[in-house]
Write a new protein. Structure first.
Length: 141
């Protein structure tokens, strides 16, 4: 299979196998007016299998969303066919409007204009809690 290289854009690499569509949806890549290549289950010496997303247009990528989904993703910025920057991700300390609280008594349910804010409460377990009601975010994996 041949996937052309991109001249100017973004390559998301080292995505956990099977997570590329979740990233596609979270980043709203369907709304872009450019080529987006999703390459699934690529053989990887380090990971066994991985996914890759190539976006053939320069864009700002929400690093918090990517870090929340999989903090092992690398973000490569491509200009004139060359990688000019490589960003490593971290588990974000705070999530704002990425996920919504599931607690029906949370203020964000009755006041949907409020930002949905979750704070990292346990990095080892990737646990986030609602900043308003302290409800734990359901495991995303």
């Amino acid at each position: 299979m041949k996937i052309d290289s991109i001249q100017n854009g973004v390559v998301l690499d080292h995505i956990q196998a099977g997570k590329s569509m979740e990233i596609y949806n979270y980043l709203h890549l369907d709304e872009l007016d450019c080529s987006v290549a999703i390459i699934k289950n690529v053989r990887s010496g380090r990971m066994g299998k991985k996914d890759i997303i190539k976006i053939d247009s320069p864009m700002e990528v929400d690093l918090d969303v990517l870090g929340y989904i999989d903090s092992n993703i690398t973000v490569n910025i491509i200009r004139n066919g060359e990688r000019v920057e490589k960003k490593k991700l971290e588990l974000p300390k705070k999530l704002t409007n990425i996920v919504r609280c599931k607690n029906p008594r949370c203020i964000t349910v009755s006041e949907p204009q409020l930002d949905a804010i979750f704070l990292l409460s346990n990095a080892e377990k990737h646990t986030y809690r609602c900043a308003y009601c302290e409800t734990a975010l359901s495991e995303k994996k």
